[in-house]
Write a protein that binds this ligand. Structure first.
Ligand code: SAH
Length: 272
């Protein structure tokens, strides 16, 4: 029989226990942790990863212990993600800052979660896997994300590429992502409101393109906006979806491989 802690929505203590901590730790951190202690944890985390600490992270909205994020990243690694750049990026970005206050207790569970407007923040594992596949061990200059949602994946991408362009078709989510990202003061993300199926011709070509929503096929305009040698990663399908990796071999040749099954919200055309 499933124990009560394993059912969704998970309680904070069940998350902490699965992370190998005692529930006592969670109680201490949630009821007793001061903003100052929280700031120190985030500053330490950044010092370890040799990143400058954005001031806004020191003013973080919720006191969430670093241990929860570490446990999430450990799980992502156990599921097979090896790229250290990606794992470090996941360790640095506070996923809880992209969720409504009521969802914060579940922020570090490896699951997709609702962000409103019938959309979801992607599962941490799949965010990491897609960025790892898009990188393919290379340093990335300019990348495009289709489907900004709440902005979480764009923030992770900002630590794995020099420049991140991200498009969202739902205006309210585009605005939400701006609000979520502003306090993190990430200088290399550009958010656009529009139909991502058309890409961003003015700033193309891209070293990498990630689609965070599943279409029946990959839009041709996006294939055209990929650099030769670049990689596009996208969920493809309807009810049954498969993650596809497309590499542009030459001006007129693309090579596609199927990676694994996945589940994403649908890619839709137009804006709303
Ligand atoms: N990247 C997000 C995932 C968001 S869910 C994360 O960090 O977790 C996928 C998003 O794709 C939704 O917000 C949806 O509105 C958006 N989307 C779907 N079709 C789109 C299109 N044609 N152009 C831009 N965004 C699109």
């Amino acid at each position: 029989m499933t124990s009560p802690e394993k059912r969704f929505p998970l309680t904070l203590s069940s998350v902490v226990q699965s992370a190998g901590k005692s529930s006592n730790t969670a109680n201490t951190l949630y009821s007793g942790q001061t903003a100052m202690q929280n700031s120190r944890q985030i500053r330490d985390l950044h010092q370890k990863s040799m990143e400058p600490v954005p001031l806004a992270m020191l003013l973080d909205r919720e006191p969430v212990p670093e241990g929860l994020r570490k446990a999430m990243v450990q799980r992502v690694a156990q599921l097979g993600v090896k790229d250290k750049v990606v794992l470090d990026a996941m360790l640095s970005i506070p996923r809880h800052a992209f969720l409504e206050p009521g969802m914060v207790g579940q922020a570090y569970v490896d699951a997709s979660l609702p962000i409103g407007h019938h959309q979801t923040i992607s599962q941490p594992y799949i965010v990491a896997r897609m960025i790892e596949l898009m990188r393919g061990g290379r340093d990335l200059d300019r990348v495009l994300e289709v489907g900004t949602g709440c902005g979480y994946q764009a923030a992770v991408l900002s630590l794995a590429a020099k420049e991140v362009f991200s498009i969202e078709r739902i205006r309210a989510l585009h605005e939400l992502a701006k609000i979520n990202l502003r306090p993190l003061r990430i200088a290399n993300i550009r958010l656009h409101y529009g139909d991502g199926c058309k890409g961003l011709k003015l700033v193309a070509p891209f070293d990498g393109i990630i689609l965070a929503a599943a279409g029946i096929e990959i839009p041709n305009e996006l294939l055209q906006q990929l650099k030769v040698g670049g990689r596009l990663i996208a969920p493809v399908g309807g009810k049954k979806q498969i993650l596809q990796l497309v590499e542009r071999i030459s001006e007129a040749e693309w090579h596609s491989s199927e990676i694994e099954q996945c589940h994403f919200v649908p890619l839709r055309s137009g804006v709303t």
